[in-house]
Design a binder for this molecule. Sequence first.
Ligand code: HEM
Length: 473
Amino acid sequence: MDEILGNVLRLVGLNNLATLRKLGDLLPGPQANPFLGNLVNLKQTGGFQHYLPALHQQYGSVVKFWLGPSDLAVSVSDIDILGEVTNHLSVRPEAARKLFGWMGKESLTFQKPPETITTRSKFFPLLIGQSLQYLCSATHDRTARMLDGWSVRRDAIDIKEEFSNLTLDIVGSCSFGQEFGNTNLGQEIRTLFKHILATSQQRLEEVVPPVWDVKYRQWNQDVTRLQECAGELIEQRRKARTLNERNDLLSLVLNERNDNGEQFFSDNEARSSVLTFLFGGFDPAGSALTWTCYLLATHPEIQALARQEVARVLDGRLPELEDLPRLEYLNRVIKESLRLYTPNPVTMRLVESDIPIGDYTIPTGATFCIPICVIHKDATIWPNPDNFDPDRFLPEQEQARPRYAYIPFGMGARGCVGARFGTTQVQLMLSMILQRFSLTLSPDQEIVSQIEATILQPKFGLKLLAQSTSSSV
Ligand code: HEM
């Protein structure tokens, strides 16, 4: 009931809405339906990765659209303006709450400064150092098992599904411990997590939560149960008194102390944190790996160069962390893939005070969009932007480009905290795949992108034929 009342009250927050409408009307952008805004257009075009490029093409580098009757969104693709304003934008908007509210309100994503600055500074060290070593051994073990399965397959393999399962297993074990996939609780978390993500994108498209819809109510129950399961895991971990002997993320988070030696994260914060990391760590990396394999399968000459480098640098060994900087060509391939098929096509902030931009004002209360997918295809910065060309990331070319031309991990005060962790995941998995298999696209595979739980994925999966190479590890 509270939920319904809250939404009605939000809907009638008329004073703010009137100002938002007045200033919003002055901004360039399409006509909007008074109740649905441009949500229907967004859906019809197939999601932000199609809608935003079309809007910017038509209206220029500042464009508005409405995510419902009261949620004004303004997308800015000019990287000089972004460089100036994003450092002052450090709060996530209502749209993010709709999409990620299931992580729990204590998630660092919803914190505001100064709290978020302290929390992020606590998390950065947790996601490098020993976590990367942990990640490396979990990736060796689980990727090898997946590839053993591929070696007996003669049919096409849907790698979107394979990588989604693989990255969830790996990040699950980095977050909750090696036993994550083998316990009932771990299995339940895994299943609930997948159910929740399967329809979470719909939450953005709802003007009011459809509490009359059975599927929506089931979704809410799943969210509650996921929180309970993560809470049970924390309780088990505390009772087992093995925190000091373990270095999975949950133990590191529970062990973290403030300056007075007291526990830094409350149990609720720890619970939201591991769910945030489970999501942050699994879906973008799965998407990055999927699209990179697609690009390699459709560019055999680039695939061959990457494989030769992997064979030369690793000489038949499994990749270790210290090998990764020497895989220079492979790293350029990954960067170029993150440009072309950037896993998060858009990221958002709340506008907390009016932002003057040239003749316009982006009003307080608006959702500020950073259209990563548009910036990555700007033809004035990226000649032939749709071509797959890893050499765009040769050092001299990278240095010649403006600072914010390439932002797959976002930018400013809310940039990704797991960039190094995510890149390492993809480097390790991709080099292991190239050591053992040559990839080609299944002839009947149709490629259409769509956004699932904010992440870019191939709508109809991605079937590849994987042929064993002679230099298998
Ligand atoms: C290839 C892999 C990844 C990509 C492309 C990626 C991309 C992004 C992007 C674009 C954002 C939004 C940044 C912004 O608003 O400016 C983000 C936020 C975030 N990412 Fe990642 N990410 C990846 C991997 C990871 C991993 C491995 C983790 C954790 C283990 C992670 C945790 C997070 C968190 C917690 C946030 C929210 C930060 C905040 O709100 O302060 N990400 N990521």
